[in-house]
Design a protein around this ligand. Structure first.
Ligand code: ADP
Ligand code: TYD
Length: 214
């Protein structure tokens, strides 16, 4: 089944899930995948940075080693290049639904708005590395940074990004809002303060609207 609306031109569907750390992404991804599998299609769940053995090694560096911002940016795109070529594009070519925990919007939000990298530089890397590969739909979990910090503190130890302060995460959050304003049709924005059940009914309705869940 072809998917003529997709910017990537492949028969599969590419979904990404975004938001600041602690906004609630991971809570829903496997559940979304199960809803999609009920439609009988192949579903591939993956994440960034990561998704292939080499990209997972780059993830370890990104999350735990001190480094300059240019190194960080280029490592993010090195991991993404590997991930796109080895996992995402082949899955989309097979007709699979790919659900990716973070993609290029994270780079615009974290390295761009969070760390101050010029958006044009990120756009150049995106064009060179990904060509037309972008998600068909992006689910953005929005949550004030102070609430997200409380949820993270209760849930897990902090990595290099999660050690950043509330002001950093408010910039990242604003970076996401800017991405939404630039490409409204691609995003479904979810209020992370709502209950898990309320969020799931919005996700299920959207997956049905896209023809990806029954
Ligand atoms: P992320 O993947 O975006 O970093 P998680 O899904 O790991 O976030 O959620 C962070 C914490 O918040 C977890 O302890 C999770 O159980 C909790 N949580 C997730 N969604 C909600 C929600 N809607 N309401 C209250 N707590 C939530
Ligand atoms: P994540 O998988 O959400 O971490 P966790 O499993 O601990 O919730 O994301 C890893 C971190 O990588 C997150 O803090 C954001 C950061 N990141 C970037 O800074 N830029 C990027 O392009 C991507 C994909 C992630």
């Amino acid at each position: 089944m072809s998917n003529p609306d997709a910017s990537h031109g492949q028969p599969g569907r590419f979904l990404s899930v975004e938001g600041i750390d602690g906004a609630g992404k991971s809570t829903h991804i496997d559940w979304m995948a199960d809803r999609c599998r009920e439609s009988g299609r192949e579903v591939v769940v993956t994440r960034e940075p990561g998704g292939t053995p080499l990209a997972e090694r780059l993830r370890e560096l990104l999350l735990h080693e001190a480094m300059g911002i240019q190194t960080e940016l280029l490592l993010v795109f090195a991991a993404r290049s590997e991930h796109a070529a080895a996992l995402i594009r082949p899955a989309l070519a097979r007709g699979a639904i790919v659900i990716c925990d973070r993609f290029t919007d994270s780079t615009h939000a974290y390295q761009g708005e969070g760390r101050g990298v010029a958006p044009a530089w990120i756009d150049q890397l995106e064009a060179a590395v990904l060509k037309r590969l972008r998600p068909d739909r992006t689910y953005l979990f929005d949550l004030p940074a102070d609430i997200a910090a409380q949820r993270r503190a209760a849930a897990r130890a902090a990595d290099r990004f999660e050690q950043e302060d509330v002001a950093f995460f408010e910039r990242v959050r604003a970076g996401y809002a800017r991405r939404v304003a630039e490409d409204r049709g691609r995003f479904l924005c979810l209020d992370g303060r709502e209950s898990i059940d309320a969020l799931r009914s919005q996700l299920a309705a959207d997956l049905r609207r896209l023809g990806l869940a029954g």
